[in-house]
Design a protein around this ligand. Sequence first.
Ligand code: ZN
Length: 125
Amino acid sequence: MGEFTIKAYNDFLAENKIMGSKCKGCGAVHLPPRPVCNECGGRDLEWTELKGAGTIRAYTVINVPLTRLKDRCPYAVGVVELEGGPSISGMVLGVSDGDQISVGTRVEGEFVKEGERTVLCFRPF
Ligand SMILES: [Zn+2]
């Protein structure tokens, strides 16, 4: 299924798939995928599909956005621990102030088109 690159990761996102790399040695899952295991240094990894469901572990609410995001402002960016292990940061949609989410809030992945790209965002549920 190809190399463990950011490009491959983004190509899978365009197909609405969240694909990470899983170490066959220790079972650690890396997202975005990495060719070498962070935990044990192993180089024998395989693709694994992750569900978008997860839990917010950290977040911040952005009030001064990047230009390309100004119509979404304010928005939150969170570090989400996905079911299956890995954590990844992403925009948390539908949040206009910090009272609406907290550490421990359950979120669901959502694939958002940004021009040619697809980015993984999250939405509380
Ligand atoms: Zn490993």
